[in-house]
Design a protein around this ligand. Structure first.
Ligand SMILES: [Zn+2]
Length: 71
């Protein structure tokens, strides 16, 4: 049922309004997306928990960046 343009906010269906769901998509892209590893420089870092990141390329786990100032 989830449409492509709704992204991760598709679980809300038509609820809560378009603007706020667009914000959710922007936030969750950073949350669940892949990030660059500061150790091996590869794009394999995923969020484990609040401020905890894990790289599945070089198996490093480190703390930092719970918030994103671009949002
Ligand atoms: Zn790494």
């Amino acid at each position: 049922m989830a449409l492509k343009k709704l992204g991760s906010a598709g679980r809300f269906g038509s609820r809560y309004g378009r603007k706020i769901r667009q914000k959710v998509i922007a936030v969750e892209k950073v949350l669940y997306g892949k990030h660059k590893c500061p150790y091996c420089k590869k794009n394999g870092v995923k969020r484990v928990s609040n401020g905890i990141w894990y790289c599945n390329k070089c198996n490093s786990k480190y703390a930092g960046k719970a918030y994103d100032n671009k949002l």
